[in-house]
Design a binder for this molecule. Structure first.
Ligand SMILES: [Zn+2]
Length: 425
């Protein structure tokens, strides 16, 4: 099938920041075949998607998620991180069945597809179910098997992650990874074994680092920072390293991060809501460290809306720096597209010939999107996720005129509601 999306303003987000006022993008077999101004003499295609007032841009990439936690949205809000995890979330997670995780991941997928996300990096357990849900949804997924504990309790989890990776690594849209949870939940010995396994099996690492002041404070007693702890266990010396949070960084951490193949994913809403702080974006950006954007799980962030996350990122950076020009709308859009793609080692995040056909069409006709003085400012500061009309991943239309095409959304929502109620009963 050959497709063409046309009529709207096309933002390529390429190095030259090319834009086409009345543009078109064509694709075939999941790959973009042309990008430019709309051409009335263009070759015929099998399906034309036309919108005259709006924007076509690379789909958003969510660099840090625990998708199935969508089932826990609204549970124990407003608690501190350690209390929230140990008293509420860990006991609930112990009750989750594989079917719950499949359903929870599909619930999250519905929200992501509707809000213009084309792929996400996930860390959870029962990853087989996570992968099946991603396969069904049509999204892209970087799926890390979450691993916690010491050599006794953690090695079976690592083995599970390796077996999962061997089974799924050739899937077109799914990239298996290993997910050592955090310095405070993984022993150094186990972290070293995860590093060795990642090298042996050529798997990327997805890890929470430098999230809370407590995590930094506890590690500093041993003379380490979360980043130097990860370096000492070999976690940073891998083919792809996705570091979630990176809020509490010290200057000596920056050189370690500069050497990483991958980068840091900011989760500003989760960090704000749990009172953890604000990521030092300028310090990382100036050091040339790749920085992307993610939501974290819906249990902490309540929403998997990357449009909201872009706004939050911009507001907090401006607030922290005390200067509105310190972080611009363009920085937020770059982070949510090319930035996350770079951290994940993915060629998406830009509209160009030969790149993956992962793109979205955003309606510009609503009152809150008018007038159209500045496309990027409108997309970052004014757009709402409900403005997304089309979401295309690997060339497949997953959202068409606001309707999810890849699965029965209503059935998923109804079943998720029942399962969530049972878990909390
Ligand atoms: Zn997380």
């Amino acid at each position: 099938m050959r497709y063409r999306m046309e009529g709207a303003t096309v933002l390529t987000l390429n190095d030259a920041d090319e834009r086409f006022a009345v543009g078109q993008v064509t694709w075939e077999n999941g790959v973009i075949t042309s990008v430019g101004e709309m051409d009335s003499d263009a070759e015929p295609v099998d399906q034309v998607i036309h919108l005259s007032h709006g924007y076509v841009l690379p789909g958003l990439l969510n660099g840090h998620n625990h998708a199935a936690m969508a089932l826990f949205r609204g549970v124990a809000d407003d608690s501190p991180l350690d209390e929230w995890l140990t008293q509420y979330i860990f006991p609930l997670e112990a009750k989750l069945s594989p079917d719950d995780i499949y359903l929870g991941t599909l619930l999250a997928a519905a929200e992501m597809i509707r809000s213009g996300t084309v792929g996400f990096a996930d860390m959870y357990f029962a990853v087989e179910e996570v992968a099946k849900a991603i396969e069904q949804s049509g999204l892209r997924g970087w799926v890390a098997r979450g691993i916690t504990g010491d050599l006794n309790t953690g090695m079976p989890l690592l083995q599970d992650g390796i077996e999962f990776a061997q089974k799924w690594r050739t899937h077109r849209r799914i990239t298996p990874m290993l997910g050592p949870h955090a310095p405070y939940t993984v022993s150094p010995e186990l972290a070293k074994r995860i590093s060795e396994a990642a090298k042996d099996h050529q798997l990327g690492i997805h890890v929470h680092l430098a999230e809370s002041p407590k995590e930094l404070h506890d590690l500093l007693r041993t003379g380490q920072t979360p980043i130097s702890w990860a370096k000492a266990q070999g976690l940073l010396d891998q083919s792809q390293v996705v570091i979630a949070h990176g809020v509490h960084l010290q200057s000596k951490d920056i050189a370690l991060l500069q050497a990483v193949s991958g980068g840091v994913i900011a989760c500003p809403i989760s960090n704000a809501k749990l009172g953890n702080g604000i990521m030092p974006f300028a310090m990382l950006h100036q050091a040339g460290v790749a920085v992307g954007l993610g939501t974290d799980g819906a249990a902490s962030t309540n929403s998997l809306d990357m449009f909201l996350e872009m706004k939050a990122m911009a507001w907090m950076q401006k607030l922290q720096g005390g200067r509105p020009d310190q972080f611009r709308a363009r920085d937020a859009l770059q982070m949510a597209t090319r930035g996350t793609a770079e951290v994940l080692g993915h060629p998406g995040g830009v509209l160009a010939v030969g790149r993956p056909a992962d793109l979205i069409m955003v309606d510009g006709r609503s009152a809150h999107m008018q007038p159209d003085h500045d496309a990027v400012a409108n997309l970052v500061y004014a757009a709402q996720s409900g403005d997304v009309r089309y979401t295309v991943v690997d060339g497949q239309v997953l959202l068409s005129e606001g309707m999810i095409c890849s699965f029965d959304e209503r059935a998923v929502l109804e079943e998720a509601k029942v399962r969530a109620q049972k878990l909390l009963a």
